[in-house]
Design a protein around this ligand. Sequence first.
Ligand code: ATP
Ligand code: MG
Length: 243
Amino acid sequence: MIEMKNVSKWYGSFQVLNDCSTSISKGEVVVVCGPSGSGKSTLIKTINALEPIQKGEIWVNGTAIHDPKTDLPKLRSTVGMVFQHFELFPHLSVTENLTIAQIKVLGRSADDAKARGLKMLDRVGLMAHKDKFPGQLSGGQQQRVAIARALSMDPSVMLFDEPTSALDPEMVGEVLDVMIGLAHEGMTMMCVTHEMGFAKKVASRVIFMDVGGKILEDCSKEDFFGNPDARQPRTKDFLGKIL
Ligand code: ATP
Ligand code: MG
């Protein structure tokens, strides 16, 4: 479903991704962790071409995103993305946030878009808030709207970049519960997160990135958490701090 082959990226002379290769199959949940500045956000953003790469190949559902001929808006509509800071449109109601891209990007009718959007809003437990504006919602609620918005586009894969790290602790659980539900339903997911409880519960694989933009580990959750002696010293060090 997603295939990255020898991906490297530079900002000027600074190398932010160094020869990264991995692949994600349908239904897999891959958790990406690692120290600040190691390139986790950059890695995940290359998948829907929010960040261009200078070397290597990225394939999403058989489409080469590094190919200049690829229709990027169309590709992006199949890849849902949820960021740390929700990024809802503040001047639009919850319902409008849910429908605008469906109408503008997918060409759905207003009625179809609304039906789909409200179904997704219901699934994240926020139907009662459909007419509110983002500023009238808690952080956890805004993030659940952001997830519903991404799901409304019928993505084949969902990317999450630290979706809970800007939330007050009591709101983290409600967002993780939605993500856990998605994982159990078989959604293909790549999640940058340091919520190791989430990783232990639903990850099929864990990727650990180290400073310099290198993928240092790419292994099963069982190997990552259960067999520390087989891990790289940097990984052990990181796990020692975070667990
Ligand atoms: P964090 O855990 O803090 O979110 P991260 O692992 O997501 O970190 P990135 O945001 O991918 O890391 O950044 C990787 C490196 O690239 C950092 O050193 C960062 O300063 C640098 N970087 C990110 N964006 C840019 C940019 N637009 N221009 C130049 N350097 C950048
Ligand atoms: Mg980041």
